[in-house]
Design a protein around this ligand. Sequence first.
Ligand SMILES: CC(C)(COP(=O)(O)OP(=O)(O)OC[C@H]1O[C@@H](n2cnc3c(N)ncnc32)[C@H](O)[C@@H]1OP(=O)(O)O)[C@@H](O)C(=O)NCCC(=O)NCCS
Length: 173
Amino acid sequence: MIEIEASWGSSMHPVIRFMTGRDLEEIAEIEVAAQLSLWGIDGYEAELTNEYAIVRVVDAAQLHAHDLSKSGAFKPPYRIAAFAAARIVVDELHITNIAVRNEARRHGLGGLLVGDLMQCARRRGLRWAVLEVRESNGDANRLYARHGFEITGRRPGYYCNPAEDALIMARLI
Ligand SMILES: CC(C)(COP(=O)(O)OP(=O)(O)OC[C@H]1O[C@@H](n2cnc3c(N)ncnc32)[C@H](O)[C@@H]1OP(=O)(O)O)[C@@H](O)C(=O)NCCC(=O)NCCS
């Protein structure tokens, strides 16, 4: 059980940092395991130099350092527990991907990443956060709804494999 402090006031949470080149392989692995549409290593590498991209990661070593239930001797078997990617479009933040390793889900990391992206967006003076999500993705729908996102539209047949509509969700930042 990961026990972390979820409410971290107005500062950034210490377990979350920006993606670096050393994270690319693990991010691509997490993306495959989470069955997201695939950007792959090249896709995320391009985000490193894109001034309109924000990719934040949950650093596993920091996570375990802040996890009171783990002894100091515990070494996490990976660098990254989760990640969130977004793009800035004028005054909007478009959340493109969020994924948490299977074994680390339902401990608040998804919520922590959404909150972190909102703080990044606020600091850059953005006004809206927008995203698309599969209608059948209950975990993600609940996550976003819990963080103030509301359904504002639908894109018929947006996804393939399997074919499905996307719900458009948005919130003020
Ligand atoms: C969607 C996703 C990112 C959520 O990540 P997560 O880390 O599990 O999210 P959270 O832990 O913040 O919230 C998940 C649930 O765990 C619960 N939870 C959080 N901390 C908890 C704790 N300490 N103990 C028990 N439950 C807890 C939350 O209340 C929430 O419950 P709910 O789904 O019934 O509302 C994750 O399921 C995932 O990676 N899915 C695959 C990729 C994906 O679909 N991404 C979205 C694409 S748009």
